[in-house]
Design a protein around this ligand. Structure first.
Ligand SMILES: Nc1ncnc2c1ncn2[C@@H]1O[C@H](COP(=O)(O)OP(=O)(O)O)[C@@H](O)[C@H]1O
Ligand SMILES: [Mg+2]
Length: 407
């Protein structure tokens, strides 16, 4: 629990304290250490439990509450005090800040405001590890050509990550027209991305979690809209907010992108920490990788996050070698997944993840290792780039500004 923010709350008003608690309990990055209904006991509670954050709702008795804020700042300087009030009286805000409050949030508290305040508190206590929120890892899975294996990788990566009890993982199907993540997991969800996107301003964390479908692997799924007509209802701004909420709830978010590189896909890529660009070792696909990389190079928040993942390595003898592909793309191949059509298609047709269908198969191990590598495990062996060399690629890449030197 060391990288979760621990929080204690005081609010003599039962209704608003319960509302706050519901919001806080849904946030994976927070641990509710203690709650208190009396101002006079709270300084002791904080001294005994040592939370990172002390949340003081001051409306019930502002004078007494601000006195408490001053006491907390003096007695427990390591506890960042966050004041909540429905008043927008400048004088009151000033008094709270002078008494030592680090943040002042309007009541009723909006999730986004709270996240912003927590982020600032985390940054200020930066470097100390303990006080920093754990944060969420967002992994976008994009493909260089149709049918390259994006969804297979996204779903199975999600299930592999979810197998670790320390993780909470959600997969969002952003192939809004044709996505099939729900089929791969054999689920019939009650809600889809369109429901969540349209209600995003009204959602709290527990409602959000209930809108997602939980698979037996532990993975939560937010599927694409059922009706094609609903697709335009999801705007990039909505998606941004949905991802923001999910980020505060889950340790890992997997975003399965479409091949359209639409504004929705681009927002997802911008918000991701890592973008897996899935490719296969054939010319049309590698050519697209080079083209995409050129365009990504122009996008400030995208280029540096791309990781090339080769899928179906070893498919056929004539395949371009990974080494040659790497030279041509001009970028390191981060991962290679072996070809195993039988296992993949069985898992797909049975609607079960690889971990269940074939826990011992090489493809399953490879996805598990990819999950570990993405989680920062340095001991995972890197892919072998040796293999048989296929013919020259130069003419296929002649559109490049500097003509490829590969022969
Ligand atoms: N490593 C692999 N080996 C063999 N077949 C694979 C592999 N990865 C994916 N496939 C197959 O490729 C097809 C397309 O996969 P899918 O994940 O739907 O791609 P995308 O989401 O990019 O359209 C599916 O039939 C899937 O079973
Ligand atoms: Mg797909």
């Amino acid at each position: 629990m060391s990288n979760v923010l621990r929080l204690a709350i005081v609010d003599p008003n039962d209704a608003s304290r319960d509302a706050l608690k519901t919001m806080l309990l849904g946030m994976d990055m927070l641990w509710l250490e203690a709650e208190c209904s009396r101002y006079e006991f709270f300084a002791d509670v904080v001294a005994q439990t040592n939370p990172n954050i002390g949340l003081v709702a001051i409306d019930k008795d502002p004078d007494k509450a601000i006195e408490l804020v001053a006491t907390l700042s003096e007695q427990s300087p390591d506890c960042a005090v966050l004041v909540v009030s429905s008043s927008n009286d400048g004088d009151l805000i000033l008094r709270a800040i002078r008494a030592g409050a680090k943040e002042f949030l309007p009541q009723p508290v909006r999730v986004e405001d709270l996240l912003g305040a927590l982020g600032r508190i985390g940054e200020r206590s930066g470097g100390r590890g303990e006080g920093k929120p754990r944060g969420s890892q967002i992994i976008a899975v994009a493909g260089a050509i149709g049918g390259v294996g994006t969804t297979s990788i996204a779903v199975n990566l999600g299930c592999s990550l979810a197998a670790d009890p320390q993780n909470s993982v959600a997969l969002v199907d952003l192939d809004l027209c044709l996505g099939d993540a729900d089929v791969l997991l054999d689920t019939i969800p009650d809600y889809t991305l369109v429901d969540v996107a349209q209600n995003v301003t009204r959602l709290d964390f527990s409602l959000l979690k209930r809108s997602l479908t939980k698979h037996s692997s532990g993975l939560f799924l937010l599927p694409r809209p059922v009706q094609l007509e609903d697709v335009p209802l999801i705007t990039p701004e909505d998606l941004q907010r949905v991802i923001g909420l999910l980020k505060a709830t889950f340790t890992h978010l997997i975003l399965d992108l479409s091949k359209g590189y639409s504004p929705i896909d681009l927002i997802a890529m911008e918000m991701a920490n890592e973008i897996l660009l899935v490719a296969q070792l054939d010319l049309p696909c590698l050519r697209n990788v080079v083209r995409l990389m050129m365009s990504f190079g122009e996008m400030e928040h995208v280029a540096g996050k791309i990781k090339i993942v080769i899928n179906r390595a070893g498919l056929e003898n004539g395949q371009i070698t990974p080494k040659k592909a790497q030279e041509t793309i001009g970028k390191e191949i981060f991962w290679q997944l072996p070809n195993d059509y039988r296992t993949m298609i069985d898992a797909r047709n049975n609607g079960v993840p690889l971990l269940e269908q074939a826990p011992k198969a090489a493809i399953t191990h490879s996805i598990q290792s990819l999950a570990r590598a993405l989680s920062g495990d340095k001991d995972v062996p890197k892919p072998d780039l040796e293999g048989k060399v296929a013919g020259g690629l130069g003419r296929f890449f002649s559109f490049l500004p500097h003509k490829s030197e590969t022969k």
